[in-house]
Design a protein. Sequence first.
Length: 198
Amino acid sequence: MVSLIVAILLAITLLPWSFWLLVHAWTAAPGIFPPVDTWWVIAGVVCSVPLVVWQRPNAFIHTTVHECCHALLCLCLGVRVTSFMVSDGQGGAVGHERVDPLRSTIISIAPYTLPLLVVPLLIIRQWVITDPGWPRGLLSGMIAFFYVHHLHALYYNVRLNFWGRQADLVKVGRPLSAVLIASALFLFTWWVLMVLWG
């Protein structure tokens, strides 16, 4: 019941605000592709297409990234990780000590809201490598590639974890999961637009 109340509150506050940020950034963008590093970004998107159309995504890679997100949030929240297991096609699991419902929710929803492979690239592109040249272009292309990878992994993980007693999204609560995932995706896309189009 608490999960549903929180989901409703976030659906009328965080979700519209994050959507407004994204729409504002998109309408302010001068074109469909960023004015700087245009060809790098196009190359990153084009290189990601085989990943998307591949009939069977590499379950080991998806599972590894997924479980690393759980483990990273455990470490960030001061929760001791007791086990870490990844397999190809059989899923994975991160065991951790018992925690309160808030930290448990944050840890469970992490793989769906944390674009683990893109965040370091965005930070470097935004604050470290800002001068024009091939290093910045390469970073822009990698951001585009891993942005599409995140969308693909998100689809893959939501599809696998929306049902079942032990599924992450069931433990968090489906309405709360949906609101958190949508809000995080809007904010993440807004950040990508601000970095690449800025």
